[in-house]
Write a protein that binds this ligand. Structure first.
Ligand code: GCB
Length: 609
């Protein structure tokens, strides 16, 4: 049938959106790249000897003892006290902790080195070095020159490689990776998860034309889900100012629009009469092509509308109930960070087994495979930055770091339909400075993206009576999301019978966490803490409470899909460095509580469909 196109091109720059860009190249997975994944060599350097001299001064660029400079001896009288050899080899991507016993508890500096060849003789392209993530601080050097530094363990970044620096053979790439925790970083020194260090995600050389499409936004216009014509709108941004023609194509919708960029970006708005919306039941993705005379970028994008109406969460015009589950970026069976598409499919597959339609990616942005797999599988996503517990809320510098992480998270993933919620943090203490800090993060999200819901996981400690969520941060967020552990961190599970819920704000209420530990294989009566029966009882009582929730109850993401590693969990029998609130155990076996939540989700699915 016929698709009617109504094109209106707005020649204005989208002021806020354009301002909020980082220098991140998006959709790297579908660009021309050479992967630098694989085996690298390493040096463990707890004293940072490769970086500081014996006076603890940062070494000069040409210092022969700096680990970023060549490790080759000039002649036989030469002296060097470092070197990279195959005996010390490590896999990228991957955390170091899981790769050798000696790394399990290590926090500090490890130098990574990779040699690579690249033939650029006939090419006029620019080259960028792109990292999916490095935890936490990365100082990156190529052939003895510093390319740049990045902080933040869970977001992507890239540096341009000057052409003159690249050699056809044997480029010497060195990355100083430092995962030491620090009071003025994000997260700060205290977390309930393992501080896996290393180059934890993909590394790529990215090849682009002189002026190239750095980033774009292609989304359903807010509110455009009803009626015959639906509007897709957004913008395309070039790396450098200039004049270029760009074509936006969505072949399946017969959309082909030529746009002219004057400056560095252009906004567009296109109508279609045959657009099928993305939802969990029908996660329809369209091939989107962005083309310039030198470049063709292909993406797969879904179109959906998420909004709040009368205290309800509405997806494509219909109330939706989020049958969620929280997930860490970890594969417990291998005791390691997740990093691949296969890992993402595994974790989201487990969520599907639970009949979940949503995941809370805790407590930091997960890798891009995860959000792309969620797009394909029809799983809605809550994505969050690691503003966790008590960071330094008084510091403008810390605020700037949080904003950078937000910006990097949103920039990488703004075209993922699965992401419906951006979260600015978790369980932050209620006080004036923190509320100001957090409200500024909410504002930052709204400047960058008006098409999604903004949340923060708040807290509730009551174990009886009416729990009214009065946290002043709730005024700024679009939903009131609360973590509660009635019966685990206070009282017993049947306390939840004595609790009812209310919110001060006319907004959807969401339980962003609830959970109890169950040590897999420990069977006892339900009063015995850490037994699977206790955890099962906890979930049964919670489900009883969910069924008595007020009408604005929009769903939950219990804590948590899998058992996960945490240095805070030191019971020598029931924990041994694991937080055992998983519904799946370390070996992927379902605990009894799994079936209680699954039965509830089956019921809720029927109720809402
Ligand atoms: C929480 C935190 C989460 C912890 C969990 C727990 O409230 O948000 O990161 O792991 O409780 O198990 O105590």
């Amino acid at each position: 049938f016929k698709t009617l196109l109504l094109i209106s091109v707005i020649a204005l720059l989208l002021i806020n959106d354009a301002k909020a860009q980082s220098n991140l190249i998006t959709n790297v997975l579908n660009r021309k790249t050479i992967s630098l994944n694989g085996t690298w060599q390493y040096i463990i350097d707890p004293y940072e000897t490769g970086f500081y001299d014996y006076r603890r001064e940062e070494r000069n660029a040409n210092d022969r003892e700096a680990y970023w400079n060549t490790d080759k001896f000039d002649n036989k009288t030469d002296r060097k006290e470092f070197g990279f050899i195959d005996k010390y080899a490590i896999k990228v991507p991957g955390d170091w902790n899981s790769q050798d016993e000696k790394f399990v508890y290590y926090e500090g500096t490890v130098w990574y080195k990779k040699s690579f060849d690249v033939d650029l003789a006939t090419s006029n392209e620019r080259v960028f070095l792109h990292f999916g993530a490095v935890n936490y601080k990365a100082d990156v050097y190529l052939n003895g020159k510093k390319l740049g530094m990045h902080k933040g363990g869970f977001t992507a970044f890239n540096f341009e490689i000057p052409k003159t620096l690249l050699k056809a053979k044997d480029n010497f790439l060195v990355v100083k990776v430092d995962n030491k925790r620090s009071i003025d970083e994000i997260p700060t020194i205290n977390t309930d998860w393992w501080n896996y260090g290393g180059i934890t995600r993909d590394v790529n050389l990215v090849f682009v034309p002189q002026n190239f499409v750095q980033d774009y936004s292609v989304q359903l216009a807010k509110g455009s889900y009803a009626g015959k014509f639906k509007t897709i709108e957004g913008w395309i941004k070039l790396n450098t100012k200039g004049q270029e023609n760009v074509w936006l194509e969505i072949p399946e919708l017969k959309i082909k629009q030529e746009l002219t960029i004057n400056g560095d970006s252009v906004a567009f708005s296109v109508k279609s009469s045959s657009l099928q919306l993305w939802s969990s039941k029908t996660p329809k993705l369209y091939q989107v092509i962005i083309r310039t005379k030198n470049e063709k970028i292909i993406d797969k994008i879904g179109f959906r509308n998420i909004e709040i109406q009368g205290g309800k969460l509405i997806l494509n015009g219909k109330p939706v109930f989020l049958r969620g589950i929280s997930v860490h970026e970890e594969i417990p069976n291998d005791v390691r960070r997740a990093y691949s598409y296969k890992d993402a499919q595994h974790l989201l597959g487990q969520a599907k087994e639970l009949n979940a339609n949503m995941v809370r990616l805790a407590h930091y942005p997960h890798n891009e495979y995860m959000t792309r797999a969620a797009d394909s599988l029809g799983i809605m996503v809550w994505s969050e930055i690691p503003v966790y517990w008590t960071i330094d809320f008084k510091s403008e510098e810390v605020l700037a770091k949080a904003k950078t992480q937000l910006e990097e998270m949103i920039t990488r993933d703004r075209n993922r339909a699965s992401i419906i919620i951006w979260s600015v943090g978790n369980e932050t203490p209620v006080n004036k400075e923190r509320t100001l800090f957090m409200s500024r993060l909410v504002k930052k999200v709204k400047e960058m993206d008006q098409s999604r819901i903004v949340a923060a996981a708040l807290e509730s400690f009551g174990i009886q009576g009416v729990q009214t969520i009065e946290d002043p941060l709730g005024e700024f967020t679009d939903i009131v999301a609360v973590n509660q552990y009635i019966g685990w961190y206070g009282g017993l599970p049947d306390n939840s019978r004595k609790v009812s819920w209310a919110t001060k704000y006319d907004k959807p209420l969401f339980f962003s966490e609830t959970g109890a530990e169950g040590f897999s294989g420990l069977h006892a009566d339900s009063l015995t803490r850490f037994s699977e029966e206790f955890q099962e009882w906890y979930y049964k009582e919670q489900v009883g409470m969910f069924k008595r929730m007020p009408a604005n109850f929009a769903g939950l993401s219990p804590w948590i899909l899998n058992d996960f590693r945490s240095p805070r969990r030191n019971h020598p029998v029931y924990q041994e460095g694991w937080n055992n609130k998983g519904l799946f155990d370390h070996n992927g076996k379902k605990k009894k509580a799994f079936y209680v939540l699954k039965a509830y989700y089956d019921e809720m699915e029927k109720l809402y469909d």
